[in-house]
Design a binder for this molecule. Structure first.
Ligand SMILES: C[S@@+](CC[C@H](N)C(=O)[O-])C[C@H]1O[C@@H](n2cnc3c(N)ncnc32)[C@H](O)[C@@H]1O
Length: 314
């Protein structure tokens, strides 16, 4: 069965203009039936529509914000902020060390692609975790999620900003692109294109966290989402995400874009299968690998390239 996520189907945005596109409920229900997912089809069939069978955009926005709020609780429990800093702290240190005292010039900028409600960006801002010289930006194609992320950041008085649109159309270049829980939404050839776009930009590195594709992942996701999420859509998509997760090998292959050294932190075999749920695929300009390894210290043993992957115990 080809696994689909409901949240990918009930919203549509023109990637160029950012304009919202109408989505017909019957079309989504048909696609889910075709994929053999009757439960997901039933969830969508219960969503409100207008006379033309177009899904009610306000109801969809409310639903997406509700589901992402529940998702944020998972991010808190999984300590996503700390996990990011564990890798991004040394990565930004390596970038500063490479630029030298006179180097670089402009500010360092982190861009979170598909920032949703902006949990990660807001957490980094609230903890001042990467230093005052790192500008924090979240970007998402979904205007409702960006609006809510912005509202929460302003309510908390945080130094970060959120932009509605395509992460690759921003007027200012990122120094480092990051994301959490986004990669499994892309299938090939879109996954390789996602990495190629970053390699073709002036960015020095990327670091994308996504669900580790282990045999336990779908069961773990089921338990976790059952316990922590109330809406059937969130429960459905949580398990679908784990089933769609890319393998370590597929991620390293897709991330091997021109001018990028692809690396995986805590690949299968080096991580405790009962604990690791999200791990990052990292891409750096080749001159950054040695300083990154130095900055990581002992933890650098957990950072492997494609040539080492076959050698890690299963
Ligand atoms: C599952 S959400 C992830 C939300 C968030 N990272 C989290 O952990 O809660 C994936 C998001 O990626 C966004 N997205 C996908 N491609 C994008 C792009 N090129 N630019 C900006 N946002 C993008 C989608 O709009 C969607 O909201």
């Amino acid at each position: 069965m080809h696994q689909l996520e409901i949240s990918d189907l009930i919203t549509a945005t023109d990637p160029r203009s950012g304009a919202r596109l109408p989505v017909r409920r019957a079309e989504v229900v048909r696609r889910l039936h075709e994929a053999g997912d009757r439960r997901a089809a039933r969830i969508v069939a219960a969503l409100p529509v207008d006379r033309q069978d177009v899904l009610d955009p306000l109801a969809v926005d409310r639903l997406m914000i509700g589901v992402h709020t529940e998702l944020q609780r998972l991010s808190e429990e999984l300590r996503m902020g700390e996990r990011l800093v564990h890798v991004l702290g040394p990565l930004f240190d390596a970038i500063r060390a490479t630029a030298g005292p006179a180097g670089g010039g402009g500010p360092l900028r982190l861009v979170d692609i598909g920032s949703g409600l902006g949990y990660v960006v807001r957490w980094l801002a609230a903890h001042g975790a990467l230093g005052p010289d790192v500008e924090l930006v979240g970007v998402d194609l979904d205007a409702a999620l960006v609006g809510e992320a912005d509202r929460l950041a302003r309510a908390e008085g945080l130094e970060c900003r959120f932009v509605h649109g395509n992460a690759f159309d921003l007027p200012e270049a990122a120094t480092v692109y990051v994301s959490t829980g986004v990669l499994h939404h892309f299938r090939e050839p879109d996954l390789a294109e996602f990495f190629r776009a970053q390699a073709a930009s002036p960015a020095l590195a990327f670091c994308h966290f996504d669900i580790a594709a282990t045999r336990l992942a779908p069961v773990g996701a089921w338990v976790f989402h059952r316990a922590r999420m109330r809406h059937p859509l969130g429960r459905h998509d949580g398990v679908a995400s784990a089933r769609r997760a890319h393998t370590d090998e597929a991620l390293l292959q897709a991330a091997a874009a021109p001018g990028i050294r692809p690396l995986l932190y805590e690949p299968r075999g080096l991580a405790n299968p009962f604990c690791t749920t999200l791990r990052p695929v990292i891409g750096v300009r080749p001159q950054l690998e040695a300083p990154l390894r130095r900055a990581l210290g002992r933890a650098s043993r957990r950072l492997v390239g494609p040539e080492q992957l076959g050698g890690t115990p299963r």
